[in-house]
Design a protein around this ligand. Structure first.
Ligand SMILES: [Zn+2]
Length: 498
């Protein structure tokens, strides 16, 4: 397999050299030399077609999912992406949306090409209800739907060229990688930083507001959530506990913009706006996950105070957050006590059941953990985190055949959002001695996380291991398709070679 390492290295070096002075991202690698714009060859002539936009977005996200700031949590991922897709389905024209959280206390959000929307944990924590969060997500989807993101990428200014270069570096790394997932381009953090500092035109902002408000209203959120969120961000920097740039700086609040927003939301006020319990649970979990990346005080203390000043779902969620935080600190007894307080609020929630199983496991009670996870998964059949936990507990208990039985319908249903389901099924199949299915599932896993060469190797191994005619022809077709996709990626990244 020919390696493209020199291209990646060269691109990465240029990117690092340019970004270090611009973003003050910390110590520059010793080899980084100050340089001008990278020579991006024919980049300026590149048309950013929707298909290419999608592929670049996938490549940068393949890199992003390994970034330490990426919140790799199935419950949070399901909540945010479901919220985004629900909004996008209300006439935005956006076909594909994935919303993910970034561990960062600064209040910011950004949209990447391909419908990938990043929300900083600090932004989620600064919202006061679900409609405010929906306001920001809807606004970002508005930018995607109006093709602002794609149009900005096609501009020939320094930032756009830089972003395109970084995304191409991620794509080159994906096309070159021979199975080693650790070999990413490591440009996601920089791409996210550049993205979140770029502003759109005033007209684009107002268009995103307008489209976003329509989506919010159609989805049953309070449209006033958008103006209260943007208004509060503009008025006060005190919510911004991080050192990074803020959403308010790329989204200046003019008098016209505010009055447009208010007029539009008055015209379409929603009677009883949506407010899910999950919003509070996700917010509490993010408070814990953000700590360590934040100068802010201890999240457990903050959540305890929140629990004592509220009741119902919000209190249960805060107790849940305390329990989750204490479990992270290896205090299972304290975590158990807080979990019981959450249960005592009388609120039932899949995240509470999932944590219950984790607590059993921390107490070394695999049997109880398995039972808890199975009961939870049966009770909340649409919850992906519980489904993953259930399979993981069955695997721990040595019940691989049952784990595969549980995983197979779920990977059909959710595999593209949770590729780990394929990997888990492959792991059980390896232990059960079924190499063909094992390798086929690993191939799916690698393809979904953007590692096409690794996927190809698995498919070829599966092909060599099977003697069944139908399976052979299915695999032959998949092998041909994967080769074609790898060639497409190479053809594009070659435009960056000189
Ligand atoms: Zn905007």
């Amino acid at each position: 397999m020919p390696m493209r390492a020199p291209v990646i290295t060269r691109l990465r070096r240029c990117v690092v050299a340019l970004l270090v002075p611009a973003l003050l991202v910390g110590a520059a690698p010793a080899r980084a030399q100050p340089a001008g714009l990278p020579d991006l060859g024919d980049t300026a002539a590149v048309e950013l077609s929707p298909r290419l936009e999608q592929r670049l977005g996938e490549a940068i996200m393949a890199d992003g999912r390994r970034d330490p700031t990426y919140v790799d949590d199935p419950a949070i991922r399901q909540y945010l992406t479901t919220l985004g897709r629900d909004l996008a389905a209300r006439g935005s024209g956006v076909a594909s949306v994935e919303v993910f959280a970034i561990r960062d206390p600064s209040i910011n959000a950004f949209a990447m090409p391909g419908g990938y929307i990043g929300i900083h944990s600090g932004l989620v924590l600064s919202t006061q209800n679900e409609s405010e969060l929906a306001g920001v997500v809807a606004h970002e989807i508005g930018h995607v739907g109006q093709r602002h993101v794609a149009r900005r990428m096609a501009q020939q200014n320094q930032s756009s060229m830089l972003l395109l270069g970084m995304m191409a570096a991620a794509l080159a790394a994906a096309a070159a990688g021979a199975g080693d997932l650790a070999q990413g381009a490591a440009v996601f953090g920089q791409a996210a930083a550049v993205n979140s500092q770029l502003s759109f035109s005033r007209d684009a902002e107002r268009e995103a507001d307008r489209v976003g408000l329509q989506m919010m209203t159609a989805a049953g959120f309070d449209p006033a959530g958008m103006s209260s969120m943007f208004g509060r961000m503009a008025q006060s920097g005190r919510f911004n506990t991080g050192a990074g740039p803020s959403y308010a700086s790329t989204h200046p609040m003019s008098i016209e913009r505010m009055s447009d927003m208010q007029n539009l939301s008055r015209a379409s006020a929603v009677q009883a706006p949506r407010q899910s319990d999950t919003y509070w649970f996700v917010r509490a979990k993010l408070a814990v996950l953000q700590s360590g990346y934040s100068r802010a005080a201890d999240p457990v203390g903050m959540l305890r105070a929140e629990a004592s000043s509220h009741s119902g779902a919000r209190a249960a969620a805060a107790h849940y957050g305390v329990a989750y935080g204490l479990l992270q600190r290896r205090d299972p007894a304290g975590a158990r006590a807080a979990w019981q307080q959450a249960v005592a609020e009388g609120v039932q929630h899949p995240m509470l059941d999932q944590l219950g199983a984790e607590l059993d496991l921390a107490e070394n009670n695999v049997a109880a953990a398995t039972q808890h996870a199975q009961a939870g998964a049966a009770r909340w059949p649409q919850d992906r985190a519980l489904a993953i936990t259930e399979a993981r507990m069955l695997q721990r208990a040595g019940r691989d055949a049952e784990a595969v039985q549980k995983l197979e319908p779920r990977l059909e249903q959710w595999g593209s959002d949770e590729p780990v389901l394929y990997r888990m099924a492959a792991e059980s199949l390896a232990r059960l001695g079924d190499p063909v299915r094992e390798k086929r599932y690993m191939a799916e896993y690698y393809a979904l996380v953007g590692a096409l060469p690794a996927s190809l190797i698995q498919l070829q191994q599966a092909r060599a291991a099977t003697h069944e005619f139908h399976e052979q022809s299915v695999l032959d077709a998949r092998i041909a398709e994967t080769k074609r996709r790898i060639e497409d990626d190479r053809a594009f990244t070659q435009k960056f070679e000189r």
